[in-house]
Design a protein around this ligand. Sequence first.
Ligand code: KG4
Ligand code: ZN
Length: 342
Amino acid sequence: MSLILAIESSCDETSAAVVNGRQVFSNVVATQIEMHQKWGGVVPEAAARAHVEAILPVIQESLSIANTSVSELDAIAVTNRPGLVGALSVGVTAAQSLAFAYKKPLIGVDHLEGHLLAILALSEELKFPCISLLVSGGHSELVLINKIGDYQLLGQTRDDAAGEAYDKGARLLGLGYPGGRQISEQATEGNPKRYDLPRGLSKERYDMSFSGLKTAVLRLVEKEGNNISVPDAAASLQAAINDALIKRLRNAIEDHNPTSIALCGGVAANPDLRSRVEKLAEQNRIPAYIPPFTLCTDNAAMIGLAAAAHLVAGVGTNALNLQVHPHSVLFNRADAPQDTDS
Ligand code: KG4
Ligand code: ZN
């Protein structure tokens, strides 16, 4: 086992964690959500500056909770792609400095692989091949995990990510940013059949599209005016997004006959989606791997878990060579369009 300090700063959370194998000793997250709320979304420049302020205290706290110090570490891991370049650079520079000063191996981790491998915390004996639905604010991907390190992209969104659809829908309904949680909270009191919203690309087996949904919610708000029931609209929006996701997952299970399924990324915090994925797994008599909320939204523990898996395979980088990249290169799909990560 190897003691790893992991750092994540790709978007609007500054996070540091200490993991050992699949054990998470600490997972500290400083969120910038409040700051970005007033603009209704993440402002890259402001995000980078806030990471600079938070990074050292967050690292210190993660080491102190884990009752360890940099010199005791076996390696340092950091998200170096995909994400906002300015934001990523803050985490990578901190990781490089520590790795260089303390002569520790440095492991660059793809943020998407972090989301996918958050499931490593759940069990020692995960069953592969696994079909994973990776849904976050910047991504909606349906991935066949043949084994750790071997990921096949089956489908993805053609436009907005699922989390983006939640966030944009929430904004139109006058709920705050980020909207996913508010929508799911409002939805518990609402009727999902009250408003008819489109499911997008109904004939596609794996790819998704959510931009039409945003327009449909806008029309709904214009048409209903003050008479709109926010809980009913939230429940209808949640049903439309989750129906589209579950349909793609069901198609992938039918075609690929996996031995397990998984749900990851920030939208995996959605209780309705979690229970629908669990139900689908039960129907197919296979396990569903769904990490706890804290490992679903952006966090450094998932980066450490992914790094631990790679360290076993002996992958380490010279600290000064690690670079940041806005795009992911995790998947190889011959017909895949270029990555559109944010
Ligand atoms: O993975 P994440 O923390 O950041 C990215 O890498 O994008 O995902 C954030 C996304 C946001 O769009 C947020 O609205 C969504 O996850 N989210 C939810 C819920 N909690 C967070 N979406 C639906 N229901 C939730 N309960
Ligand atoms: Zn993420």
